[in-house]
Design a protein around this ligand. Sequence first.
Ligand SMILES: [Zn+2]
Length: 338
Amino acid sequence: MATSRCPCASLVRMSEYVIGLDLGGTKILSLCVDREYNVVDEDRRETEADSGPEAVIDRMVASARAVIERRNVLAIGISTPGPTKTFEGIVTTPPNLPGWKDVPLAKLISERTGLPSWIENDVNAGALAEHRIGAGRGTKHLVMVAPGTGVGGGLVLDGKLYRGASGGAGEVGHMQMDPAGPRCPCGRFGCLEVLASGKALGETARMIAANEPDGLVAQIAEREGEEPDARILDLAAEQGDEAAMGALIQAGAYLGAGLTNLIDVFNPEVIVIGGSLRKSAIYYQTALSRAKPQAFPQHAADVRIVEAELGDNAPAIGAAIIAWERLAGVRNQGTTQP
Ligand SMILES: [Zn+2]
């Protein structure tokens, strides 16, 4: 008599997952993601960035382990802020994370969890997530632009995350829009980021409040007990403050010009706009009104400009997608990764 196989065997086989582990300036997020990219479990905790890299990495490992204890996890994709040596798994100099310099994060997380791990810049990971399951699904060529504190960007070309020769592609915030413009922390003058970011608008808001102590910007800031920033600038503009409106229109026009450049350089099917600044209607609508009309007519006809769909989870989901694709042998990387 042949040995019969228990009918429950297939049920016993555990479902498989990966973790998308997002390292942010204020929070650490582990999303447990299945093969269809559904989020089935998560762990959130504070980054406590001031405690330095070792303590932060301890918390990242603890967060991942919390999920690993509950689920059958195969690998970890990590999204990190700022510049990375993606192919070597090294986080170079992330903004808002004091003490970090050339940390081999992928190796450290892998050693301490026993799972294969890869890192990716957070905006790149977000762009990939929007391409696979968000606002850009079904397209081949996507450009992501995220005006928030800075202006981040990511490129998905021919269906793959485009990282360039060493992993640094997609720095749309550092397109030089005006060589005679203000100095950017990157060392150049007039980058999109110093003309159209939340940080830049915050400086303008503080300047307006100082110049017009009785104006709306200063009043709203005082009422809310906060330093003037881009959000307060927007509130003042919505109530008719001319200086605030002018600042948002000017910044929106620069973003629009940046989008025009991207439309003509990449001829994408979709530009996905992420970042918190798109919530400012004056800024965002100004950018939209300028972007396509200035582009080559055929390129303008080819492209949709849409808002991101996945919200704050996008980088973690994108990192998880990278882990799944790496496990499947899919190469999203640029030209030099082994
Ligand atoms: Zn710059």
